[in-house]
Write a protein that binds this ligand. Structure first.
Ligand SMILES: *Cc1c(COP(=O)(O)O)cnc(C)c1O
Length: 368
């Protein structure tokens, strides 16, 4: 079976982790945390990094910083992971959805303006599967309406929008370093910002809402979102090799596209002229006239020895939100189409040319 993903762990990770063990710095203090935070912030063109225990926590802490009042709204794509909507609901806000662009699968920014109301406080673009969101129209809307931009760049480490790194474009950006992300800490995440006050706030959100002025004195309920020095050690070693990881993903995309582009039943990933796509995952979408859906396609590929993962299911189709009276009767045709007809192929950093051949061959067999 060709796995859908595998992390790439080398000697440097072991060396840094061993240093944590030998020096006893195994919890959330220690030099690797500060080093990982500042290097990642610098890499993305931001000032401050606040490491978190995962990407979901980073999003929750970021949304906590805007102090949503009941009824306050945050605009995000329906086609994303639940972490995004969860962060908004958990912080007392109302998620407001837009559909996806049919080519890039990221949020359709042309739909955002009509969703802005007097209650809108923020926009949360999500760079999907490594392709950046078209940010300029969002930045302009945010300036006009005094909104914050919280970028979810969990899938877009090193991706670029008009020459600038994803995760360096919003007021706060959030990352995951889960084992399948482009660089990993096993479990882990980070929030970045340029604003020293937001950075301080993020640190407080990470650490039980402790206050700087008076320890063990609390004016709000917080969480423990801390990352360990051991995880940061892995992250720092991974960061040293990030360009190699990105080059491998871009090689993978070229290799798949070369072999699949003549199959008209498949829609393949794109790279807009203003974008550098890092192809976190190589997604394919079955054309309308193919007489099977993505579940069926996945089963048949599995039988040919190819592991895949389904695309996201839109937030408006989630029972957990409908039960709360959210998104009732709302339709997002592009997201609905790609969630039923899309999946991603083996996209790991250890993928070989021979495996790409095998996957392409399996696809031809299944679609024949
Ligand atoms: C992976 C991911 C997250 C969540 O990160 P975790 O570390 O798994 O909590 C959030 N947003 C997006 C877009 C992701 O892909």
């Amino acid at each position: 079976m060709i796995p859908v993903n595998e992390p790439l762990i080398r000697e440097r990770e072991k060396e840094y982790v061993l240093e944590c063990l030998q020096t006893g710095w195994i919890s959330s203090a220690g030099k690797f945390i500060a080093e990982f935070e500042s290097r990642w912030a610098e890499y993305c063109g931001m000032e401050y990094g606040v490491a978190m225990c995962n990407g979901t926590a980073a999003l929750s802490a970021a949304v906590a910083c805007i102090d949503l009042k009941p009824g306050d709204e945050v605009i995000l794509p329906t086609f994303t992971i639940i972490s995004c909507a969860l962060a908004i609901v958990e912080n007392g806000g109302t998620p407001v959805l837009v559909d996806s662009d049919p080519k890039t699968w990221t949020m359709d920014v042309a739909q955002v303006a009509e969703k802005i109301t007097s209650r809108t406080r923020a926009i949360m673009p999500v760079h999907i599967y490594g392709h950046p969101v078209d940010m300029d129209p969002l930045i302009e809307l945010a300036q006009q309406h005094d909104l914050l931009i919280i970028e979810d760049a969990a899938e877009a480490h090193g991706a670029e929008y008009k020459g600038k790194k994803c995760g360096g474009l919003g007021d706060i950006s959030c990352f995951s370093f889960y084992a399948n992300k482009i660089i990993t800490t096993g479990e882990g995440g980070m929030a970045l910002t340029r604003d020293p006050d937001l950075a301080e706030r993020l640190r407080s959100e990470r650490n039980l809402a402790f206050r700087k002025d008076r320890r063990f004195f609390h004016t709000k309920l917080g969480h423990n979102y801390r990352l360990t020095n051991v995880q940061a050690a892995i992250g720092l070693a991974q960061l040293e090799r990030i360009e190699e990881h990105i080059a491998k993903k871009r090689w993978m995309a070229r290799a798949y596209t070369e072999r699949l582009q003549d199959i008209h039943q498949l829609q393949l990933p794109v790279e807009k002229s203003w974008a550098k796509n890092v192809y976190w995952m190589y997604g394919v979408v079955l054309a309308e006239d193919v007489p099977m859906d993505a579940d069926d396609f996945a089963l048949r590929l599995h039988a040919e020895g190819v592991d895949t993962r389904p695309f996201f299911l839109g937030m408006h189709e989630q029972p957990v939100f409908q039960e709360r009276g959210l998104f009732i009767g709302e339709r997002y045709p592009v997201a609905e189409f790609i969630s039923r007809r899309g999946l991603y192929l083996p996209s790991g950093l250890t993928l070989t040319d021979g495996q790409v051949d095998q996957v392409a061959e399996a696809i031809r067999i299944v679609l024949q």
